[in-house]
Design a protein around this ligand. Structure first.
Ligand SMILES: C[S@@+](CC[C@H](N)C(=O)[O-])C[C@H]1O[C@@H](n2cnc3c(N)ncnc32)[C@H](O)[C@@H]1O
Length: 222
């Protein structure tokens, strides 16, 4: 099963705020060039108000939680997941299934900064674990070759058993928003099938956990 974390709020500090005090201070504390630092609303809040859509931006923590949950799942360990992060700036990050991410947030952000700089992360054995490319969500979904199932609170309400029935194919493609509030930015999702897995909006990682469990149930023939 594909899991696509779409419109994720993962980006380097935008150039329009790179010389502002909160950004320069946090870069200095980490002995990094400010332009190579990930935007993080918990550290950069004071500098972000001039940015368009500033309330939802700078949330690498959402991507971190979701990736830990997906990549450490039994489903992924058994080769049943293809995990992809799509960002607000139309970059796509692909992960090899054997990728094990740092549990500590500060190490995760350092790794992502390295990825933005080099375009890929290679293991000591020479295997590419992560690769970053410029790509729109529309192009990514076209490449999967299947109709995406978009997780959205406005969609058809489904329980885990019904969801498992929808996820019977190994090629099923689940799309989850990698942002904290509001809706998807990518217009290509507008006509797609939408499902809701709760009677209220949940965090992206809670919804992702339901997708993984439903796919595991589908594999067990539940
Ligand atoms: C934190 S939510 C996005 C913000 C949410 N629209 C809000 O305004 O509170 C992140 C993502 O989780 C998924 N999601 C959240 N609640 C959901 C639900 N009840 N059913 C299906 N997906 C849900 C959607 O993919 C959503 O884009």
């Amino acid at each position: 099963m594909w899991i696509v974390l779409a419109d994720s709020e993962l980006e380097l500090v935008p150039k329009e705020i790179v010389r502002t005090p909160a950004i320069l201070k946090s870069a200095q504390m980490r002995r990094k060039d400010a332009s190579g630092v990930l935007l993080d609303s918990s550290n950069h809040f004071a500098s972000m108000k001039g940015l368009k859509e500033w309330q939802r931006r700078g949330r690498p923590d959402i991507v971190h939680f979701c990736l830990l949950l997906a990549l450490d799942s039994q489903l992924n360990r058994e080769g049943g997941l293809k995990v992809v992060v799509h960002t607000r700036n139309d970059e796509v990050i692909e992960f090899a299934s054997e990728t094990r991410l740092p549990r500590i947030y500060g190490r995760f952000t350092g790794l992502m900064e390295d990825l933005f700089k080099k375009g890929k992360i290679v293991s000591p054995e020479g295997r590419t674990l992560m690769r970053l490319k410029r790509k729109t969500l529309s192009k990514l979904l076209e490449e999967t070759g299947v109709e995406p199932i978009v997780f959205d609170e406005s969609g058809e309400k489904l329980g885990i058993t019904e969801l498992a029935k929808l996820l019977t194919s190994n090629d099923a493609c689940v799309v989850i928003g990698g942002f904290p509030s509001g809706g998807f930015k990518s217009k290509c999702l507008e006509g797609c099938k939408k499902v809701s897995v709760a009677h209220e909006p949940l965090c992206a990682w809670s919804v992702l956990a339901k997708a993984v469990v439903a796919r595991e149930a589908a594999l067990e023939g539940a």
